[in-house]
Design a protein around this ligand. Structure first.
Ligand code: MV4
Length: 447
């Protein structure tokens, strides 16, 4: 097992990884920017190395500075958390060439899955359904027209290097297709320095379902069931839950098995997620894979009883997964609300600043993953996640009631947060009945 790990991240997820290391008896080396220097969560670490100024580019995204800190502290491994360098295959490569284990998949799997066109080809090879569309990138307008007519409108144009909804356009006829292609190519070039695009049939009102996978270096690839992530606004998830409400058992089985096949085909190891879109008839289609721990991993930990972050570390150290697929439970129901420092009644504008009062919720079924506390100063430089409120109860109705109770208890003063918005969602009849899709928030809260 590793003796010492550097955590190349900040905030909530850095603290989550510190805790996993501590429980495994591993020393923790934290890195921080000047903006985080005095943050209380850093006290959990055995050593803190300040690596640069507040802007991420000069600190949390600076590979040379992080590797220098790792060498100085003489660590065995680096955990990247999520965001920042987590899905950067070059970073993984640099770590390993410096004899520091990168706690994540092999760089080849990361490269493969990072490109949406290649990931789609991989899915087809693994007999995993993909959305009908162009077999590969579309080069010319003529080719695009032919494919669009073949699969039928509406179609969606997507960037091969894309993600998070950037470089996507919906075309409903031949006329708009030409414009959409041009716009999508320009946006893809600007955002990803790669103008390559492809075409898919547009799925109206899809649900977003993802499957958590763990894979070791001994050929064991296991799924930890699904998460329903459709409650989102502008590609930012707000609430996630497991099990996905209303999912037919045979579909659940099929989508989870598809994720395992795909990860096998990719030579994937460590923790990863396969994302699917699901239509009204519960047909599912692979859209992309995430080669990292995800924000919403705690709900899966609650229903399976498996500490995913600890297993990331143990897998990277060469351990075998000790459970069989049939032994992984999906016990009860779990929901997560992402509490952001944003004003939901003012366009979700970020609200950095000092937290003057912080009273965390607690009691049966409640878990709070946060680096914040009373007096904590939320810096303006990074994302606005302040806390993840997670509940776990025997069934979904009880989980919703528990979450409403916990949201009521949760007091944060000094900054505006998304807590009141979460209460609105959890009281909405469509959410309570489990009848929602990715358009739910924009349809009911368009203001
Ligand atoms: C789609 C789609 C409908 N049809 N593809 C958005 C982000 C990217 N990862 C995939 N996305 C979508 N792809 C086809 N062919 C609708 C979306 C989509 C979406 C997907 C998942 C979660 C939230 C979403 C919000 C809007 C659109």
């Amino acid at each position: 097992m590793f003796q010492r790990i550097l955590v190349a991240n900040r905030g909530e997820i850095a603290l989550r990884v510190f805790r996993a290391c501590k429980e495994l008896g591993i020393e923790v080396v934290a890195v921080c920017s000047e903006a985080d220097r005095d943050a209380p969560y850093l006290r959990v670490a055995d050593r803190v190395i300040c690596i640069g100024p507040a802007p991420s580019k000069e600190s949390y995204l600076d590979i040379a500075r992080i590797i220098s800190a790792a060498e100085v502290a003489d660590v065995d491994a680096i955990h990247p958390g999520y965001g920042f360098l987590a899905e950067n295959p070059s970073f993984a490569e640099v770590c390993r060439s410096c004899k520091i284990e990168f706690i994540g998949p092999p760089e080849e799997s990361m490269r493969l899955l990072g490109n949406k066109v290649e990931a789609r080809e991989l899915a087809r090879r693994a007999d995993v359904p993909v959305i009908p569309g162009s077999p590969g990138p579309v080069e010319t307008d003529k080719e695009a027209l032919r494919i669009a007519r073949e699969i039928g409108y509406p179609v969606m144009i997507k960037a091969a290097a894309g993600g998070g909804g950037r470089g996507m356009r919906i075309a409903r006829n031949d006329m708009s297709l030409q414009n959409c292609l041009k716009q999508a190519r320009a946006e893809a070039q600007a955002a990803f320095k790669d103008p390559t695009v492809y075409i898919e049939k547009y799925i109206e009102r899809p649900r977003h379902i993802e499957v958590q996978v763990l894979a070791d270096h001994h050929g064991n690839v296991l799924h930890l069931w699904e998460r329903e992530c459709s409650v989102q606004r502008r590609h930012q998830k707000l609430i996630e839950e497991t099990p996905a409400p209303g999912l037919r058992p045979e579909v659940r089985q099929a989508v989870c098995e598809a994720a395992v096949r795909l990860c096998r085909e990719a030579g994937y190891t460590n923790a990863g997620t396969c994302e699917f879109l699901m239509d009204e008839d519960q047909n599912f289609y692979f859209i992309e894979a995430n080669a990292r721990i995800q924000v919403e991993h705690p709900i899966t930990e609650m229903v399976t009883g498996i500490d995913i972050v600890q297993w990331q570390i143990r897998i990277a150290a060469g351990e075998r997964l000790p459970f069989r697929q049939e032994e992984i439970p999906q016990h009860g129901a779990s929901i997560e609300c992402r509490v952001n420092a944003e004003d939901p009644y003012n366009g979700f504008r970020p609200t950095p600043g000092r937290i003057t009062r912080f009273i965390p919720p607690g009691g049966p079924g409640v878990r709070l993953d946060t680096h914040a506390c009373e007096g904590y100063m939320i810096p303006p430089h990074y994302d606005s996640l302040v806390a993840k409120l997670i509940v776990h109860r025997p069934d979904r109705d009880a989980a919703i009631r528990c979450m409403l109770r916990a949201l009521e208890e949760f007091t944060i003063e000094g900054i505006k947060t998304t807590i009141p918005f979460h209460r609105e969602i959890l009281e909405h009849s469509a959410f309570c009945e489990g009848r929602y899709d990715t358009t739910f928030v924009e349809r009911h809260w368009s203001g």
